[in-house]
Design a protein around this ligand. Sequence first.
Ligand SMILES: NC(=O)c1ccc[n+]([C@@H]2O[C@H](COP(=O)([O-])OP(=O)(O)OC[C@H]3O[C@@H](n4cnc5c(N)ncnc54)[C@H](OP(=O)(O)O)[C@@H]3O)[C@@H](O)[C@H]2O)c1
Length: 274
Amino acid sequence: MHTVTANGATIPALGFGTFRMSGPDVLRMVPHILRLGYRHIDTAQIYGNEAEVGEGIAASGVSRADIFLTTKVWVENYRHDAFLHSVDESLRKLRTDYVDLLLLHWPNKAVPLAEQVAALNTVRAAGKVRHIGVSNFSTALMAEAIRLSDAPIVTNQIEYHPYLNQDVLLDAARGAGLSVTAYYAMADGKVFANPMLTEIASRHGRSVAQVVLRWIVQQGGLIALSKTVGEARAVDNLEIFDFTLPADDMAAIHALARPDARIVNPAGLAPAWD
Ligand SMILES: NC(=O)c1ccc[n+]([C@@H]2O[C@H](COP(=O)([O-])OP(=O)(O)OC[C@H]3O[C@@H](n4cnc5c(N)ncnc54)[C@H](OP(=O)(O)O)[C@@H]3O)[C@@H](O)[C@H]2O)c1
């Protein structure tokens, strides 16, 4: 598995996402994907499946030490004591004494960012978390989190796919040494109907999913997340490190970006985007 290095963290460039996955699907898929060779799993407190992720890892036979495991603290747990308690609860459910990466899931103005970042640093200093990061942060919030943190912020996990231009955030993250972790790479399924992506895929003898995931990881400093409940699709999505997209295909995929392409924009959580 290829890795991305960012502010001291070494992160497998492809992560298996578990959003909108039921407990039974997680129990079925997590051992499967680990045996296939995935080494990065992304979950969150709000997904309600940390216990099944932990059980799936235990059942896989793959050593915990060989897995990069990410979870995210939900916004209602950002007050200091609740934050620490929620992380202990996550570790208990995940059946581990540390996670590799802990993220603030969304901004939450109701709690000072300084308090949120201090809690991230507290659990990191306690050894419960190897690395810390943010998710769904604008460049302004990302800069503020970096300024407030003793330990380096290693990633900003954001929506990113061919229809959504994220150049401003990507440049800011790179400039500060952060990786960017891309979610919704398939634009929640919208990429599959795109004729140009289908043409590129068929020319390379690849699937559209592989082309899109490859387009992300080939940019450098980016990690792609991909979720599927299909065993064969999980095989497909892993096979993105044995081919290269030529520069003109990379540019053509970038050119699919259009205004108003953001899919995940929940009122009350979303910041003022860049
Ligand atoms: N930080 C955040 O706020 C946030 C928000 C959203 C997501 N995430 C993370 O990012 C992960 C990825 O997002 P996502 O998977 O929901 O969205 P996505 O990457 O856009 O995928 C959308 C759908 O594509 C299908 N798919 C996957 N591989 C395929 C393939 N090879 N061929 C055809 N269809 C395929 C999957 O459906 P099937 O399961 O039916 O195959 C999946 O539900 C999540 O699981 C989560 O870990 C984070």
